[in-house]
Design a protein around this ligand. Structure first.
Ligand SMILES: *Cc1c(COP(=O)(O)O)cnc(C)c1O
Length: 403
């Protein structure tokens, strides 16, 4: 048998690393849990040390916009779980998106994104990056991407599973297409989390999260984080964090550190609940379609099996009309109608009238955001209770709209 020290930290199981990575007793007090370092600035100790810190000759904390010990522990934990050299935290998922784009893009560059992306990300690329002379192209699938990348492509941006129809994209194939033209890849891994998918293992350069969702897991904090190589993250920290300034506060970092210790336990429960719901919804007379990559007839099922540990906590269903969708939503008891996802409590929303309402009708249809589509973010409640709640809400829809 090999001892723990011989095996090395990287060989330990995910559940062990979720608890231990980035976690060590506080060096000054021995506090077992990482303290909240509520301080904007740090004393140099001497004029000479201040000079060395600013010259980069000595590493250390000196201002919390750049780095703070509580935030640093969160970055170390996430980098360990994603299997990357480093990570940099931001004040929100959108703070991470804007820092990546503003750090890596310059006028004349092109971005190809795989549609659909999170609405805010797509908005940033089309409305903000565009103003700085960046051309943005939309690709509909891997084949379309392969046709649209060129020597001018600087970034390829994607999510898998996609929102809200839970389409699956082949990470290795996308990484290969981007590498072929010398472009960098960014994967928004918010829906999968590193427990289910580690994009860096498939050749992806930058992995970002809205930590607001599953990493925090309790719906009580907003934050973002990006993982990748030390070289790329050095640039991101120096430009996108230092000069753009969407820095994460230590209170939120503490909540993310605490949440991530139970990430694998929560994800197992989310995935089990989502699989049970998807199976219960499939073939139900009031349901026109169910979208869940864990169903064997989902078009991305085989790719999902290859690149995911399990199939995630989101399930979408199509009830045919907006009226049926709204009646269903208003009849649910255990699902709170609210935007966001990834909380321990089940949440639900009607994308066409809320999160995706600003998109034109043509875009909505192209992205499959139909009037009857409902998205469920399955919490960690007992799957049987969630299935019962959903089936009884569907029964009300069916009584209202016979045939
Ligand atoms: C929520 C979300 C974002 C934006 O994150 P914020 O923390 O709300 O800024 C980005 N990408 C995905 C996939 C999201 O779900």
């Amino acid at each position: 048998m090999t001892s723990n020290s011989e095996r090395g930290a990287a060989a330990r199981a995910f559940r062990t690393r979720a608890v231990h990575a980035g976690h060590s007793p506080d060096p000054t007090t021995g506090a077992h849990v990482t303290p909240i370092y509520a301080t904007s600035t740090f004393a140099y100790g001497s004029a000479e040390r201040g000079q060395r810190l600013f010259a980069g000759e000595e590493s250390g904390y000196f201002y919390s916009r750049l780095t703070n010990p509580t935030v640093r522990a969160f970055e170390e934990k996430l980098a360990d779980l994603e299997g990357t050299e480093d990570a940099v935290a931001f004040a929100s998922g959108m703070g991470a998106v804007s820092a990546i784009a503003l750090t890596l893009l310059k006028p004349g560059d092109e971005v190809v994104f795989l549609a659909p992306l999170y609405g805010g990300t797509e908005g940033f690329l089309l409305e903000v990056a565009h103003k700085f002379g960046v051309t943005v192209h939309e690709a509909l699938d891997e084949t379309d991407l392969e046709a649209k990348v060129s020597a001018r492509t600087r970034l390829v941006w994607l999510e898998t599973p996609t929102n809200p129809r839970l389409g699956i994209l082949d990470l290795a194939r996308v990484a290969c297409a981007a590498q072929g033209v010398g472009a960098l890849t960014v994967v928004d891994n918010t829906f999968s989390t590193p427990y289910l998918t580690r994009p860096a293992e498939h050749g992806i350069d930058l992995v970002m999260h809205s930590a607001t969702k599953y990493l925090g897991g309790h719906g009580d904090a907003i934050g973002g984080i990006v993982a990748g190589s030390a070289e790329l993250l050095g640039e991101l920290r120096g430009l996108g964090l230092r000069h753009v300034g969407a820095s994460l506060g230590p209170f939120e970092a503490y909540l993310f550190l605490r949440g991530m210790k139970t990430l694998p336990l929560r994800m197992d429960a989310h995935c089990a609940g989502a699989q049970a719901l998807a199976e219960a919804l499939k073939g139900h007379p009031a349901v026109e379609a169910v979208y869940y990559p864990g169903l064997s007839d989902h078009p991305g099922h085989e790719v999902a099996r290859r690149q995911m540990r399990a199939f995630g906590g989101l399930v979408s269903l199509d009830l045919g009309t907006s009226e049926a969708a709204m009646s269903f939503l208003n009849s649910l008891k255990l699902f709170t109608q609210a935007v966001s996802l990834g909380d321990v409590e089940s949440l639900t929303c009607h994308p066409a009238s809320t999160t995706h309402a600003l998109l034109g009708e043509e875009t909505l249809l192209r992205q499959g955001v139909t009037p009857g589509l409902v998205r469920l973010s399955v919490g960690i409640e007992e799957p049987g209770d969630l299935v019962e709640d959903v089936l009884s809400a569907l029964e009300k829809v069916r009584i209202k709209q016979p045939g």
